[in-house]
Design a protein around this ligand. Structure first.
Ligand code: TXA
Ligand code: MG
Length: 321
């Protein structure tokens, strides 16, 4: 049984936080809201607890998980190096939707990093996430709180739909404002590499650290299995179109399909501003799945840099196998 506890998202109740933190310290699983999507948390230093995350999600052991800390200074306990670029990025974007890949310390169990030499670390901004980690007093490993390859949850109901009974406690703090996952940046090499585009856009990163590589290469894929093709997928078949005209033609030919248009009337008119689009995307996909829609036409947003993360998620959502 999953115990769902409703919690205020701006001023979380300390009694509820204490209860959830206890479950984490005892090796249990707690799903909680972050500013991106809901996470499925366990004590990152407890290999058996982290194993339970992999079991609950059906996640392949080859896909490492992100470790969440309450403050930047807590990184020192789990990472053996803190390059200048990490310092600059953390100073600008933490707490927030940015994950930094750093060399790991031996205290971090192999299962967290999928046996690799690096650990991905994020300091979330959501008051519930932040207070929970602080109260637990341990770093918290947390992938998105959904079964592997499925859509990430942006509401507590989405978590239950996917994982009810597989987790101990769910903190229901209402909808996540960001709507898509954090940006993952590898800061271990000479050149910074974006392994997964996300809410902190490439132009935002480059304003702080100069040029970054956006890893479309096979190397980046091997290093961050979140880039495996099928991922972030609704149940419905997703078909992508470059223009509203092309999408509307296909939609007219299939009376049962839905259409997420770019800024004009489809089944859903999606926002033409990237932040607002991200905040709604998964929520709309979840809604269409709940209605039993089998096919979704989507008009792709433009190719401009601020849309990279959204185009990435749409492209992955459209992969069938
Ligand atoms: O916004 C987010 O990042 C959410 C919330 C809960 O924080 N978490 C999330 O976790 O999206 P997950 O596990 O669904 O995605 C983590 C991504 C995956 O692409 C994974 O492969 C990558 O981060 N990753 C984790 N550890 C890594 C490492 N050591 N090196 C490279 N990539 C890593
Ligand atoms: Mg995920």
């Amino acid at each position: 049984m999953t115990e769902t506890l409703v919690i205020n998202s701006t001023q979380p109740d300390p009694t509820i936080l204490r209860r959830a933190a206890e479950v984490l310290r005892a090796g249990g699983l707690v799903a909680f809201p972050t500013e991106t999507v809901y996470g499925l948390g366990a004590n990152a230093l407890d290999a058996a607890a982290v194993q339970r995350i992999f079991d609950a999600k059906g996640r392949p052991a080859t896909n490492p998980v992100i470790v969440h800390v309450a403050e930047a200074k807590d990184v020192a306990a789990i990472a053996s190096d803190w390059p200048r670029a990490a310092e600059a990025l953390a100073a600008r974007f933490w707490p927030g939707p940015l994950t930094l890949v750093l060399p790991k310390r031996t205290i971090v169990p192999e299962i967290v990093t999928a046996g690799g030499p690096t650990v991905a670390v994020r300091c979330p901004a959501h008051p519930v996430a932040s207070a929970l980690i602080r109260e637990a007093g341990v770093p918290v490993a947390a992938p998105s709180a959904n079964r592997s390859t499925e859509l990430s949850p942006t509401r507590a109901e989405h978590v239950l739909k996917s994982l009810n009974g597989r987790i101990d406690v769910l903190l229901d703090g209402g909808p996540c404002t960001g709507g898509i996952e954090s940006t993952v940046v590898d800061v271990t090499g000479e050149v910074l590499r974006v392994l997964r585009p996300g809410l902190v856009s490439v132009p935002m990163l480059e304003a702080v650290v100069g040029r970054v590589l956006v890893g479309e290469g096979s190397e980046a894929i091997a290093r961050s299995p979140g880039r495996m093709l099928k991922h972030y997928s609704p149940r419905a078949k997703v078909l992508l179109f470059d223009t509203n005209e092309a999408a509307s033609r296909a939609w007219n030919a299939d009376p049962r399909a839905a259409w997420l248009s770019f800024g004009e009337a489809g089944t859903v008119a999606m926002p033409t501003e990237a932040e607002a689009y991200a905040a709604r995307l998964y929520d709309e996909f979840h809604r269409l799945d709940d209605r039993g829609i089998e096919t979704v036409m989507v008009t792709l947003p433009p190719g401009a840099p601020e849309w990279i993360a959204i185009r990435d998620r749409l492209q992955k959502a459209a992969v069938r196998e």
